[in-house]
Design a binder for this molecule. Sequence first.
Ligand code: BTN
Length: 232
Amino acid sequence: PDFTVEILPEVDSTNTELMRRARAGQTEPTLLVAERQTAGRGRMGRVWQSQPGDSLTFSLSLPIAPKDWSGLSLAVGLSLAESLHPQVGLKWPNDLWVQERKLGGILVEAASMGGRSQVVIGVGLNIRPRPAEGMNTPPAALTEWLHDISAPAALALVAAPLIQTILAFEQTGFAPLQQRFEARDVLKGRRVHTSDGAQGMSLGVSASGALRLQTDSGVLDIHSSEVSVRPF
Ligand code: BTN
């Protein structure tokens, strides 16, 4: 489809803005880039903080109606990782991860109105290194591998393949991507625990994008967005 591309010097959050438009009935496929977000959001109520130029922050909005939504955010992460660099790994469900550090995150939201659904996919990607906040390890940044890359250049690398991935996902779901995800899965074979108390060894992801955990009481499938996972 044709995409409207919009660049805003400042917005509260590109996801919030595109969700507002979706709820107001706007279905036009849109790519919205912000130079600065004043209220960037992450998954599970977290904040996404970034300074202009230090990160690439954008969202895509498009009307899609997949039979099964599960695995969409994994497909998005996979597309980004494959567009960026062979070293970029994936930490379930959809963090971009390099050498035990977070390179980027994805926030997938959807608005449905009278049988139609509009999906809003937000991407935050660290471009330049910045200091750690609090006790966390400092995040990874793309310029550590791709020395001169800027936010617009990173956007040019990832945007078209990402749109193709989302349209393909609408037709065929996550299953055809399972093995490619596995090739970049940084949790597979490691002991992990989830925020709601499950723990075990990661067996990888299922054909629908669930995290498969070998626990003491059997194999547990954990579905996207229920939990967060940290390696021990
Ligand atoms: C996460 O790691 O929890 C997801 C982070 C997603 C951040 C991006 S930045 C562009 C878009 N707008 C937002 O408010 N959030 C996403």
